[in-house]
Design a protein around this ligand. Sequence first.
Ligand SMILES: CCCCC/C=C\C/C=C\C/C=C\C/C=C\CCCC(=O)SCCNC(=O)CCNC(=O)[C@H](O)C(C)(C)COP(=O)(O)OP(=O)(O)OC[C@H]1O[C@@H](n2cnc3c(N)ncnc32)[C@H](O)[C@@H]1OP(=O)(O)O
Length: 249
Amino acid sequence: MAGSLGRLFRGFQSFTSLPATRAQLSHPPAFFSSRTMVTLPSFLSSKPRDFSLPNSSWGPEMLRLYELYNSQCEVETEGGEKQEGSWQRLPSYNRSLKFATGGVYLSKIIQSKARLFTRNIREQGAAFEYVLFNNKEEQRCVGIFQAGHLLEGPPGHVHGGAIATMIDTVTGTHATILSGPVMTANLNINYRSPIPLGSTVLIESSLDTKEGRKTFISCKVTSTDSSKLHTESTALFLSINVSHLLRGG
Ligand SMILES: CCCCC/C=C\C/C=C\C/C=C\C/C=C\CCCC(=O)SCCNC(=O)CCNC(=O)[C@H](O)C(C)(C)COP(=O)(O)OP(=O)(O)OC[C@H]1O[C@@H](n2cnc3c(N)ncnc32)[C@H](O)[C@@H]1OP(=O)(O)O
């Protein structure tokens, strides 16, 4: 099973090198044959829902930024040909592993019910609405995040834990793209100004350095015009062998 998880991560990494047109498909390509040990994760099985596509809860600012980055995923050459742009939209599904046969760590029941933390609320717009774009060349990843009413901390503003979750999600995804399977070892956050509930913010992740198993990343959360700094963060991700997770850490 560890081998299958490793392939899953490699699949995730190779997905980011697919042409933008394919990255925008609502049915992403399957990376593995049906003979792999695990049943394919939902994002590779039939009819997965891609949670990073616009829905009716997205406000004008969320949509504007989505269009801004999405329009840079594919560019037209002077000859009228379409080619891969500088950004790639990363699809997002609500399960990382659908089911694992012979899993030694989690029971099958738990695994079959497991959902990604940020994607487990049915009501659109109620909690984490976000989409991630990756720029491979610049080693940058951007999250566009609209914070729903269930994320309240201080009155009318977003809970610090929800902000930390989004920073971990953007930087963790970025580190996975850069380094393969990783876990967050350290996350430092300075909260500079509160984020109003319902607003849309930009979460920008950039690679600081890679040293052996360590991937150091910096992250900033700002207003969408970048004029207001909400949060600053640094994170350390350690590359892991996926068997680390199967042993229970
Ligand atoms: C997830 C699995 C499966 C499938 C997924 C499928 C698809 C995925 C696709 C995309 C995923 C993308 C994004 C995911 C979205 C969100 C991300 C969420 C991420 C998380 O939410 S993840 C949960 C929270 N996370 C933990 O639950 C970690 C608990 N923890 C441990 O599991 C260990 O602690 C570990 C592995 C971190 C290290 O353990 P270890 O034994 O491998 O390494 P060791 O301790 O030997 O350290 C080696 C060197 O790192 C230095 N070092 C270690 N820790 C340090 C620290 N904190 N600060 C500074 N330096 C540190 C040492 O000082 C030494 O340095 P030196 O070598 O220089 O001496």
